[in-house]
Design a protein around this ligand. Sequence first.
Ligand code: UDP
Length: 243
Amino acid sequence: MTRSKVNILGIEFDNFTQKEFVCQLIADNRQHLNRFVVTANPEIVLAATRDPHYQQIINHADYVTADGIGIVKGAKILGTPLAERVTGFDTMQALLRSANQNQKKVYFLGGKPAVISALKNVIKEKYPHLIIAGMHDGYFNDEEPIIHEIQQTQPDFVFVALGFPKQDFFIAHHRSVANSIWMGVGGSFDVLIGNVQRAPEFWINHHIEWLFRLIQEPTRFKRMLALPRYLFRVYQQKSKQKK
Ligand code: UDP
């Protein structure tokens, strides 16, 4: 199957619906395929325009999906619409449900030590049949024992919550040790344990999830300036395309 790609500021996005994407990953896992997933938001796309190596790492991932309405809007502006947003958090949640139903092995890497220890209880309670291959916080000096554990346990899914670009460099560098679905999930563990609240449907449907996040974490203000900057660059790309 050839997949249609949508180029936004140099990043090649896959055009999946959320449901199709989860099915694709579950099918890939059944075949024990090694997969690297990036769910990219405007901040990531902008960062990649400034760092060619990072851009290359992302474009070498097996799947790049539109994490957020900014990417969906950007694709529309460029005249190459994407089906819908396919977020890291929704994808991870769907995979955890499936892993629970099918007793799959999952490795969790990243987040503060307190977050990862709270996560253990949340996973045991919410997904009691899922097998925890291992868990490690994201503040380590030596990655060797972590890689060794992943290699020994050969998990079905490896969720890496180190924030971008760290998580993507980590996956690209180490993915060969296990035929797993490797996915960078940013701050998703904080959301899973209830440390950070996810925007309710209303905010998501009205495309103001970013505002909800800003109210919760005002220190993100500077990071959020990426969104208007990103949109400006998208319009620049559009006007170049016209010429
Ligand atoms: N993090 C980590 N190790 C690091 C730096 C960050 O484990 O060296 C974790 C951090 O604790 C947080 C996540 O990575 O849980 C990044 O969250 P952020 O909200 O920045 O990610 P986003 O969801 O915006 O991509």
